[in-house]
Design a protein around this ligand. Structure first.
Ligand SMILES: [Ca+2]
Ligand SMILES: [Ca+2]
Length: 437
C-alpha cells in the first residue's frame, strides 16, 4: 500500500503541483479572526537628532497566535462593530466623523495597533508573502488617532509603513515613496481635530508589487506614541491582495465596456493608446463599442506618491458560459507534507500555479465570470462531509465537525453560473477524490 500511495501521489504531483510551497497572502485581511501569518512586536520609542527610533522586541508568539506578555491591548483583533471612542462625536449629527472599527469594504475583521495609553510605547506588525500574479496588488487601509502635542515631526505620535524585499535570503528595505510612507499628527491636511486629538479616518493605499513577482516581500506597520512620554497615538489597519491589473469584465453582447483600475490611488489618468488622447481621470471609465485589439493605459499615483502604470489590451471575447474549471484531482493525502494535503478547485490551480499557461489558451481569467458557486463533498454512504460557496475552496480532509475524515473515496458535486449567461442555468460538475492517510 505504501508503494502504491507513493506512485499515485507522484502522478498527481505531475498533474497538479503543490500549492503549499510558499507563504501566500492568506489572512492579510485578518478575516481568520486572528494573527495567523502575521508577526508582532512591541516596545518603546525615542528620538535622536531628528530621527524617530523604534525599540522593539517580539510581542507575539506567531506559532500559537497568542501574546507573549500581558498587554494584549496593543495588537487588537476587532471583530465586533464599534466606533472609536476618541473620535466619537454625535451619531445624531449628519457627517459624523467617528472612525468605525472595521475598514469600509474590509470584511468583518480589522486590527488596532497601539492604544490610548501614553509612555513612549511602540508596536509593530509584519506580513510576509510570496508575490504572485493574483497577489501583486497589495492594498492596505488605515485610520489613525493621535494626540497632538505639536512637537517636531520626529517626536510626534506616528504610524509608519515600510516595504521590504526578501531577495535570496537577504531582506532589503525599499527606500523612497514606493517603499516607505510616514503619517504623524498633522502630517497632511486630511486630519480632523477634536480637542487635543488629531485623527484621520479610513484611507486606502494601493501598492503595485509586480516588480517583485515570484519573490517574497514583507509589509510592516508600526505605531509610536510621542517620544517624550506624555501623549499617545494608535492606528487601525486592514489589508488585502489582488491582481495588479485593469479589470475588464464584460459580456459578448455588451455595447459598452467598463475598465476599472485597482482601488487605493489618489490619481488615475487613462490614455487611449490608439489616439494618444487622455480620456478619463477616475478609477473606472466606460468605453463605447469595445474592439478586440484596442489598448488602454492607466497611470496611477498612490498617497505616498508612488507611480504605477498598467496597460490592458482588449483581446478576449468572453463565452456565454464558462468552461468547466474544476480540476479532476483524484488523490489527497492530508498529512501536512506539502503534497496533496488539500483538495482544491482549478480556480486555485489557475490563479496560483499556472496563470500564464491558462492565459495563452483562454486569453483572460474566466474566473471573474463565475457566480453562485457551490460545492458539496459526500462520503461513500452519501453523507455530506463538507460544503462551500467559495470557488477557491481548499478541503483539508476534515469534516464540518472538525474531525478528520476517514480514508476512502469521497464524491464532490459542484455548480456555478456565468455572469454572462443569458438563461442563468447553472453549470454542473462532479467527480471523486481518494483520501489516503
Ligand atoms: Ca479585514
Ligand atoms: Ca501607547
Amino acid at each position: 500500500m505504501k508503494l502504491m500511495k507513493t506512485i499515485i501521489a507522484a502522478l498527481v504531483i505531475t498533474a497538479a503541483p503543490s500549492l503549499a510551497s510558499a507563504q501566500s497572502c492568506n489572512n492579510a485581511d485578518f478575516e481568520y479572526g486572528n494573527f495567523t501569518n502575521w508577526k508582532a512586536w512591541k516596545g518603546s520609542c525615542n528620538s535622536s537628532g531628528s530621527i524617530f527610533n523604534y525599540v522593539l522586541s517580539p510581542g507575539w508568539d506567531s506559532s500559537r497566535n497568542v501574546p507573549v506578555t500581558q498587554s494584549p491591548d496593543r495588537h487588537v483583533i476587532l471583530d465586533q462593530p464599534g466606533l472609536d471612542p476618541n473620535t466619537y462625536t454625535d451619531l445624531a449629527l449628519p457627517n459624523d466623523s467617528s472612525i468605525p472599527f472595521q475598514a469600509p469594504g474590509g470584511g468583518k475583521v480589522s486590527v488596532r495597533l497601539g492604544n490610548a495609553v501614553n509612555g513612549a510605547q511602540s508596536e509593530r506588525l509584519q506580513f510576509k508573502f510570496l508575490v504572485q500574479a493574483n497577489s501583486s496588488a497589495f492594498t492596505y487601509q488605515y485610520a489613525v488617532v493621535f494626540q497632538d502635542p505639536n512637537h517636531q515631526p520626529y517626536d510626534q505620535p506616528r504610524f509608519d509603513i515600510q516595504l521590504y524585499w526578501d531577495s535570496a535570503g537577504i531582506t532589503v528595505p525599499i527606500p523612497g515613496q514606493c517603499g516607505a510612507y510616514h503619517v504623524y499628527a498633522g502630517s497632511d491636511t486630511s486630519f480632523i481635530t477634536k480637542g487635543t486629538v488629531k485623527y484621520k479616518t479610513w484611507t486606502t493605499v494601493g501598492m503595485d508589487l509586480s516588480a517583485y513577482l515570484n519573490d517574497s516581500v514583507t509589509i510592516e506597520f508600526s505605531t509610536g506614541d510621542c517620544t517624550q512620554s506624555g501623549h499617545w497615538g494608535y492606528a487601525y489597519i486592514d489589508a488585502t491582495c489582488s491582481a495588479s491589473e485593469i479589470s475588464t469584465a464584460y459580456c459578448p453582447s455588451d455595447p459598452q465596456i467598463t475598465l476599472t483600475a485597482p482601488a487605493g490611488y489618489v490619481g488615475y489618468t487613462w490614455k487611449d493608446n490608439q489616439t494618444g488622447q487622455f480620456i478619463g481621470y477616475t478609477q473606472s471609465i466606460v468605453l463605447d463599442n469595445p474592439k478586440v485589439g484596442d489598448q488602454y493605459t492607466v497611470y496611477l499615483t498612490n498617497l505616498a506618491g508612488c507611480p504605477t502604470t498598467l496597460i490592458t489590451t482588449l483581446d478576449f471575447n468572453p463565452p456565454n458560459d464558462i468552461p468547466l474549471f474544476l480540476l479532476n484531482q483524484n488523490v489527497m493525502t492530508p498529512n501536512n507534507d506539502g503534497y496533496n494535503d488539500k483538495f482544491y478547485t482549478a480556480a486555485n490551480y489557475y490563479e496560483m500555479v499556472a496563470p500564464a499557461s491558462h492565459d495563452s489558451i483562454l486569453k483572460a481569467n474566466p474566473l471573474k465570470y463565475v457566480k453562485d458557486f457551490n460545492i458539496k463533498i459526500y462520503n461513500r454512504w452519501g453523507l455530506e462531509v463538507f460544503s462551500s460557496h467559495d470557488y477557491k475552496v481548499e478541503w483539508d480532509g476534515k469534516m464540518t465537525s472538525g474531525k478528520p475524515a476517514d480514508e476512502g473515496v469521497y464524491y464532490w458535486m459542484a455548480e456555478y453560473k456565468s455572469t454572462c449567461s443569458i438563461d442563468d442555468v447553472p453549470i454542473k460538475s462532479k467527480g471523486f477524490v481518494h483520501l489516503l492517510r
